[in-house]
Design a protein around this ligand. Structure first.
Ligand code: GDP
Length: 389
């Protein structure tokens, strides 16, 4: 509209409409808080923190910020809630580990069907290495099994499989695999890192679904600002899960997205903030600088982060482990999310990842659908590798 030629009457109408719209948004925002049935969370120190956006001199805070007016944190209608999963965790592990089971479970039964022979042990060694358990772990497992089989007189394929299950279970250890949560002060912050294509965004979306189903309110931050498509994709997950999305224009400073996302999460009294980051690896220095900055900005606001997860693609096997090392140098990682176990015959990588990186696998991706992320459960994993369906 050309304001120079508009009549005074028309300007009054436009002004009235704009005032109504702004007033309406204010009401809508207030209602979001009021409509929820959840009991109010006790106010904490962080709830009352002043987190200025406009006049804070944080890096890049002014470069074209676009805070999306997102869907309500608590969806208005039950239809928009994420539906309950159709498979039990055990069923999902069994169903989705079929590729590795074909390499490992099936071949072990075959090998030892003809007796506990040197050939059978060699075959087992090969099967474990093919399943990417890693050479050192394989040698140790097979040596242990040979000794036990002598000592315990295990001569049937069933007995060997049983012992192998125990060995694998022991190799997976008993680390704490729970995801950290803020104890006295919210929101909890989880930073998610990993090379592009490993499944970071999908993992965040699936995590958001789990959290939303458990009644937590969420903010998702699109701090991968190199690709607009990455933020778009995260936006779709935000819509599906009723999370609030914070994104900026392509090329904006990722640290400023992180900063504003924490501000938004604190202002909304959200339970959880999950931050997506870029996994572009031009060189290690660049990665370290960028991830380090995002983390520092968040820690300045939130204190130590509850989780810094590294997403690894199981189908890349040992290659993924060397990629992971670059990330470990850049940020202090607290746990691994291992994706695409369903698409890999190399599920043994779980053992290798933990051994070689010294970090617990906390989550596993078992497919592309919203429910296909599971807390890593060593018992269900080993069961899935040998289950006879
Ligand atoms: P990002 O670039 O790291 O954010 O990766 P995306 O989240 O975009 O995922 C890359 C591709 O991997 C997509 O096609 C996902 O659907 C797929 N993907 C992610 N996780 C899994 C998984 O656990 N299993 C399978 N089969 N595919 C997955």
């Amino acid at each position: 509209m050309d304001f120079l030629t508009a009549t005074p009457e028309l300007l009054i109408v436009v002004a009235a409409l704009a005032a109504g719209l702004i007033g309406g948004l204010g009401v809508a925002r207030r209602r979001k808080g009021e409509d929820t049935d959840a009991p109010p969370r006790p106010r904490t120190k962080r709830d009352t923190l002043e987190l200025p956006i406009e006049d804070d001199p944080e890096p890049g805070a002014a470069d074209g910020a676009v805070l999306d007016e997102a869907p309500p944190t608590v969806p208005d209608t039950p239809e928009s809630l994420v539906e309950a999963p159709t498979l039990t965790p055990r069923e999902r592990f069994r169903q989705r580990l079929s590729r590795t089971r074909n390499v490992l479970g099936a071949s072990v039964a075959d090998l030892f069907g003809r007796g506990v022979t040197d050939e059978a042990w060699d075959g087992l060694e090969e099967a474990l290495i093919t399943a990417d358990v890693g050479v050192t772990a394989t040698m140790e497992i097979v040596e242990d099994l040979k000794r036990r089989s002598r000592e315990e007189g295990a001569t049937t394929p069933e007995a060997v499989v049983e012992m192998l299950k125990q060995e694998l279970r022991a190799a997976l250890g008993s680390a704490d695999r729970s995801l950290g949560r803020a104890t006295d002060e919210g929101p909890t912050v989880w930073l998610v890192t990993g090379v592009n294509g490993t499944g970071k965004t999908t993992t965040i979306g699936k995590l958001a679904a789990i959290e939303q189903r458990e009644g937590r309110s969420l903010v998702l931050a699109a701090a991968d600002t190199f690709r607009a498509a990455a933020a778009d994709q995260l936006g779709i997950w935000a819509q599906r899960t009723g999370a609030h999305l914070v994104r900026k224009d392509e090329g904006a400073d990722p640290a400023s997205v992180a900063f504003e996302s924490y501000t938004a999460a604190a202002e909304r009294d959200a339970d959880l903030l999950i931050v997506d980051t870029a996994g572009r690896l031009h060189n290690k220095r660049e990665l370290m600088d960028e991830l380090g900055k995002v983390k520092r900005v968040l820690e300045k606001q939130a204190g130590p982060l509850e989780e810094t997860l590294l997403v690894l693609d199981a189908t890349t096997g040992q290659n993924g482990i060397s990629q992971a090392r670059a990330f470990l140098e850049a940020v202090e990682v607290t746990g691994i999310a291992l994706t695409k176990l369903d698409g890999s015959s190399k599920g043994g990588i779980v053992v290798a990842v933990q051994r070689e990186l010294g970090l617990p696998v906390k989550l596993v991706g078992l497919g592309e659908e919203i429910d296909d992320l599971a807390p890593f459960d060593p018992d269900l994993f080993v069961d899935g590798l040998f289950a006879q369906l």
